[in-house]
Design a protein around this ligand. Structure first.
Ligand SMILES: NC(=O)c1ccc[n+]([C@@H]2O[C@H](COP(=O)([O-])OP(=O)(O)OC[C@H]3O[C@@H](n4cnc5c(N)ncnc54)[C@H](OP(=O)(O)O)[C@@H]3O)[C@@H](O)[C@H]2O)c1
Length: 277
């Protein structure tokens, strides 16, 4: 039976990968600091990728990867200190995958991360390079923003909560998105873990040098239009209002560097995703 280990298997993408692998009848293990809320039949290995004891962390990862056909790296570190997950953490994952003689490594990354001055994206691009230079053949799967991503603007509990309390629905002005369903992303990752072309698309050498596939959502839409779609689906009376998204991330989105119209392989539109929530 194919065994895959999902590093970050309790996160939003990782959980979708665990579900997809389970549906395919694969043997699944999860690595994260905290145990999953629902095990989904996967064995859990508690490891902090950024633990102080380097030797101990690599040993724990090696044990988790023992006999694995594939290691899927779906870890994440958003906060400035946590971005070392993509550098120190990735180096440890790569080293342990080599020690455990894992068959392949599959890395979940983001479309266009090598084309932004946003520190989080730069750390992600470094993660790609670390795995590309690692001892086990690595394939990078770059996805566009997940449908869930827009919740950081539209959600009531978002950092823009003050806007929503004022009856407004903020959206990033001048930005377009090609959001993708996590189930499509998970299928691409598990396809790759099984040695198949993700969603039938053959990987080609990417900026890191590793074989890379980009998977995008089925349609490119303006953020304003997406805010209206959210409003309709929620039955919300909040008034959509464009707000400037500052810094390099705003620049990245306004330049459309997050868009991959030639890789629109996702099958679930934003409206369909909203309707299914
Ligand atoms: N959001 C998007 O729109 C989008 C689009 C394309 C690609 N991506 C990429 O997809 C990947 C996964 O994102 P996500 O949103 O699913 O992340 P997430 O929900 O934040 O989950 C992160 C996972 O990593 C684990 N983790 C974090 N720090 C760790 C540490 N020090 N040691 C061990 N495990 C650790 C977490 O578990 P514990 O906290 O319990 O350790 C969790 O399982 C990221 O690389 C992200 O950039 C995201």
């Amino acid at each position: 039976m194919t065994t895959i280990v999902v590093v970050g298997g309790t996160g939003q993408a990782g959980r979708a990968v665990v579900r997809e692998a389970g549906t395919r009848g694969l043997d699944v293990r999860v690595v994260s600091r905290r145990p999953p809320e629902s095990a989904d039949g996967a064995a859990h290995h508690a490891v902090d990728l950024l633990g102080d004891d380097e030797v101990g962390v690599v040993a724990a990862l090696t044990a988790a990867f023992d006999g694995a056909d594939a290691v899927v790296d779906a870890s994440n570190g958003m906060a400035p200190g946590a971005q070392a997950v993509f550098t120190t953490g990735a180096r440890r994952v790569a080293e342990a995958a080599g020690r455990a003689r894992a068959g392949r490594v599959v890395v979940l990354s983001i479309a266009g991360v090598d084309r932004s001055g946003y520190a989080y994206y730069q750390a992600h691009a470094e993660q790609e390079r670390v795995h590309a230079a690692g001892p086990v053949p690595a394939t990078i799967v770059r996805a566009t923003q997940f449908h869930e991503f827009l919740g950081i603007f539209f959600g009531r509990d978002s950092r823009l909560g003050a806007w929503s309390r004022a009856g407004l629905l903020p959206y990033p002005r001048g930005c377009r998105f090609q959001t993708i369903d996590l189930r499509d992303v998970a299928r691409a990752l598990v396809d790759t873990a099984q040695g198949d072309d993700p969603l039938g698309v053959a990987p080609v050498p990417g900026p890191s040098g590793a074989p890379t596939v980009t998977v995008g959502g089925p349609e490119v839409r303006d953020a304003r239009d997406l805010a209206h779609a959210w409003r309709r689906a929620q039955g919300s009376r909040r008034l959509p209002v464009g707000v400037p998204l500052p810094g390099p991330l705003g620049e990245f989105f306004r330049a459309g560097r997050n868009l991959v119209p030639d890789a629109a392989v996702g099958t679930v539109t934003y409206d369909e995703w909203l309707a299914g929530r």
